[in-house]
Design a protein around this ligand. Structure first.
Ligand code: GDP
Length: 295
């Protein structure tokens, strides 16, 4: 994960290693390298610049900290700034309700269906919920079948209705079914498209209005870099969602989406997907992620 970014940042810190004093010149050199590394990791130039301006300011203002060597000091400043860029403290998650409703949004292929099942599995085990998964992709019968397969695998009931082409109707019927059958958590997997499209937005907005979810989540493939950030913005404009799920962090992802989504949409990343298996999800902690990026 983020190998290239980690290596590049390490080289940027190396500029300061072995030096006893932090000077304006060697800070400027190191900061320039950090900025380049961030831009190459798909962080927008604007955010990379703001980030490194803050780092520079803090580095220049902190020569009183005699206990740290310049290289260590810069590493610490970058780590703290990265954690704050990604969101400060870990985000909470609202699953109280009778039933609580979680709505998934995102493009096709982002990992919505996989994450819906992972989340059901996680909340079933960790929070002793009784989830109901709802298949609302009215365009792709294969997506409905996929959710049934995953549900069976993790021992969670799946609600679907292949006869209906109306996701609002399916969602409402699913909530009624949950109430009647003692499910205290309903996770609705919706249809995505390959790219942003008005019809998709209208549809997800209609479901959102009809079911008033406790949590609306936006799922995004971390491998898609700046596109991930743009898509996050487009969905947030329509849904004002509660949090982001970043998938496929186990792949060859460069880090830009993880680092900048929070800054762009001002919504926390809540979970990350780290594989195709049902237990491959982690609660997102900005400071732990910063540690991982810095290696
Ligand atoms: P959806 O169209 O948004 O519902 O996406 P899917 O859940 O069908 O996921 C698309 C593909 O990505 C599938 O092949 C999943 O197995 C895979 N996938 C989903 N999440 C992850 C992840 O965190 N890591 C990896 N490596 N693959 C994932």
């Amino acid at each position: 994960m983020f190998e290239s970014l980690s290596d590049r940042l390490d080289s940027a810190f190396h500029i300061l290693k072995g030096r006893n004093k932090i000077t304006e010149i060697n800070i400027a050199e190191s900061v320039k390298e950090i900025r380049r590394a961030l831009v190459d990791a798909d962080v927008s130039y604007k955010i990379a610049k703001q980030f490194t301006d803050t780092v520079k300011e803090k580095a220049l203002g902190s020569d009183v900290l005699v206990s740290l060597k310049p290289g260590q000091l810069m590493t610490k400043i970058v780590r703290d700034e990265m954690a704050s860029l990604m969101g400060g403290e870990a985000a909470d998650f609202k699953i109280e309700g009778k039933p609580a409703v979680v709505l998934m949004s995102g493009l096709q292929g982002s990992g919505k269906t996989t994450f819906s099942a992972k989340l059901a599995n996680y909340l079933k085990t960790k929070k002793t919920r009784k989830p109901l998964l709802v298949a609302c992709d009215v365009y792709r019968p294969a997506a409905i079948d996929q959710l049934h397969v995953l549900g069976e695998q993790i021992g969670v009931d799946v609600f679907s209705n292949k006869e209906s082409k109306d996701p609002v109707e399916i969602s409402k019927a699913a909530i009624a079914h949950a109430k009647a059958n003692g499910h205290n958590l309903v996770i609705i997997d919706t249809a995505g498209r390959l790219a942003i499209d008005e019809e998709m937005m209208r549809e997800i907005k209609a479901v959102h209005t009809a079911v008033e979810p406790n949590e609306t989540l936006f799922v995004v493939d971390s491998m898609t870099g700046q596109d991930a950030v743009n898509t996050a913005k487009a969905f947030n404009d329509v849904l004002d969602y509660d949090g982001v799920i970043l998938t496929k962090l186990d792949g060859d992802t460069r880090g830009g989406a993880a680092l900048t989504i929070k800054a762009v949409v001002d919504k926390p990343i809540k979970f990350v997907g780290t594989g195709e298996k049902m237990d491959a999800l982690d609660v997102f902690h900005p400071s732990r992620m910063a540690d991982r990026i810095l290696g």
